[in-house]
Design a protein around this ligand. Structure first.
Ligand SMILES: [Zn+2]
Length: 564
């Protein structure tokens, strides 16, 4: 399951720029919002406003949607709502064959922890591992009992990066082994990798992909709160749930590792100690020149028991046809969230409403749709077609966007760019827009032109260490070669500046992936509207431009990951 970083998204004091129902607009702020919507005012009903964004966010985050987990009735209600709104906004069904929805087949795997037992050692000398406390993991291989008596091989960070002259798999045999890898990138000071920023090589998903390609049977990632940017509890919670995967019934099932999991820092240190070393020594060794992976004294032993089921959910796709209908710009925003918290006490709130993550992004996408539709209605058609894709299964590992990228309703080469909205600024207006994972494509140059015209600046990702570029839906499109950008308002607020943005952002961060991510009538949504209008301008610019956006040299997607 994907664990995404929640930005320290800025927030605003309750009253500033608030033009919502709960608080009457102030004389100072109401005109500013009105100005922002002016270009579309002529189109009347379709013009987005803080009120339409507020209403969409409130509806999608309501308890009736039950946390919007894929395959649930609450999720289906969210889909119906989005179709109703896209219809009202005048979009056309864009999923192909005149429909609004693209079916995304999924497989859901559960591990029966009570019947699974794992350990390190041989024969009678086995150090048992406690599921949840010491180790978590699963397998996407066919369900049943998977037995292990596999050599363990330490492979440092588990990275093969020719452009950095780096290969942790050089000269070591891992065929059939379970590899032990460090999370994150090597902490080098010589300019290789990206310093404080996380590259895709540091992501857990890369570790699994590389190990599988190297012939390994399994992977144990050594958790490290700092390098992973989240604590063990996040790993344990996420990996103790069901694991979803795209179940593409038009293709052969892809090969899978027999075990993909994590061990705690302490468990790894114990393993290293039994091998005559220490985790600290392993870490030092792994960043040094000439590192060579090595086989450990202990083996990975035991078994896990898995079961599975299949289900299907849908992406919702709306289209705004352009005059050059042979090419398209894609906007993504995931509608799904985490459902219910099974561990909640009987009388406690158990619904993960996902108001910011990502009812706000869907509401923002609908605002972009309204803005662009109003432009078309006013007699200024778009160049390229714009596809609005509300994806399913993002929280479960970018499933809907991955399926869309593999099966777009238009020819794959016609997709010229992707723009992603996930967890928007629901508070006041900001002076900056941050690009998550900057330096990727010329979309950023277009964004800089758009924001300059608005009097805002583009700033780099405020939390590059968390690898946000690899953690939301645009990345699935980037992986098939479509230049993709993920942006959101920066923390420099018009009212209160950075201090206000950061202080309120910390509150948002505490609510990330918790039942406290709930709709709040005090949110102003002025920043959401501001960012939606910026995105609408960017998308219009991309749609109208003669040239297609291009990847920049050194972009961390092409070259790192072969398009598939
Ligand atoms: Zn999200």
């Amino acid at each position: 399951m994907l664990r995404r970083w929640f930005a320290l998204v800025l927030a605003c004091c309750g009253g500033c720029n608030d033009s919502g129902r709960a608080t009457a607009p102030t004389a100072a702020t109401a005109p500013r919002v009105a100005e922002a919507t002016e270009p579309v005012a002529a189109a009347g009903a379709t013009s987005p406003s803080v009120e339409s964004i507020r209403a969409d966010t409130r509806e999608l985050a309501s308890d009736a949607m039950d946390g919007r987990r894929p395959g649930t009735a609450g999720g289906a209600r969210a889909v119906a709502y989005i179709i109703e709104r896209m219809t009202a906004l005048g979009l056309a069904p864009g999923a192909g064959d005149g429909g609004w929805t693209q079916r995304v087949p999924m497989r859901v795997v559960s591990v029966d922890a009570s019947r699974s037992r794992l350990g390190f050692g041989h024969g009678d000398d086995v150090r048992p591992l406690v599921f949840g406390d010491d180790v978590v993991g699963t397998s996407l291989r066919p369900a049943g009992t998977l037995r292990f008596d596999a050599p363990l091989v330490f492979v440092g960070h588990g990275i093969t990066a020719p452009e950095y002259d780096w290969d942790d798999y050089a000269g070591v045999e891992v065929d059939g082994a379970v590899v032990v890898v460090l999370v994150g990138d090597p902490p080098l000071a010589d300019g290789r990798f990206a310093g404080d920023a996380l590259t895709y090589y540091g992501r857990w998903s890369y570790k699994f992909e590389r190990a599988l390609a190297a012939g390994a049977r399994g992977v144990l990632i050594v958790h490290d709160a700092e390098a992973a940017s989240y604590g063990w509890s996040v790993v344990r919670n996420s990996w103790s749930r069901e694991r979803f995967a795209v179940h593409d019934d038009t293709r052969d099932r892809p090969p899978a590792l027999a075990f993909e999991g994590w061990i705690t820092h302490e468990t790894a240190d114990g393993l290293a100690t039994r091998d005559g070393g220490s985790l600290a020594a392993w870490k030092a060794e792994a960043r040094g020149p000439g590192f060579r992976g090595h086989r450990l004294r202990d083996a990975f032993v035991g078994e896990i028991v898995t079961s599975d089921r299949t289900l299907a959910d849908v992406n919702v796709v709306g289209a705004l046809p352009g005059t050059r209908a042979d090419e398209a710009v894609v906007i993504t925003a995931h509608w799904d969230h985490l459902g219910q918290d099974a561990s909640a006490a009987a009388d406690a709130d158990a619904i993960f409403n996902g108001a910011i993550d990502n009812a706000s992004g869907v509401a923002g996408m609908l605002a972009v749709a309204g803005t662009l539709r109003a432009r078309v209605v006013s007699g200024r058609p778009l160049g390229r077609t714009v596809l609005f894709v509300a994806t399913t299964g993002e929280e479960e590992g970018l499933l809907g966007s991955t399926y869309f990228a593999a099966h777009p309703p238009v020819p794959p080469t016609s997709l010229v760019a992707a723009v992603n909205l996930d967890s928007m600024n629901v508070d006041g207006r900001t002076r900056s827009v941050q690009v998550i994972g900057p330096g990727q494509s010329t979309l950023e140059d277009l964004l800089a032109e758009v924001t300059a015209a608005e009097g805002r600046t583009v700033v780099p990702d405020e939390h590059p260490e968390s690898g946000g570029y690899f953690r939301s839906d645009h990345f699935a499109l980037a992986r098939v070669g479509v230049p993709a950008i993920y942006l959101r308002g920066g923390s420099d607020m018009e009212a209160g500046g950075r201090a206000q943005g950061q202080a309120l952002g910390e509150v948002r961060a505490q609510h990330y992936h918790s039942v406290d991510d709930e709709f709040d009538p005090a949110w102003s949504f002025a920043g959401t509207l501001q960012d939606a209008l910026t995105v609408a301008s960017l998308v219009a610019r991309v749609a109208d431009d003669a040239a297609r956006p291009q990847w920049k040299p050194g972009a961390s997607v092409p070259g790192v990951i072969a398009p598939r």
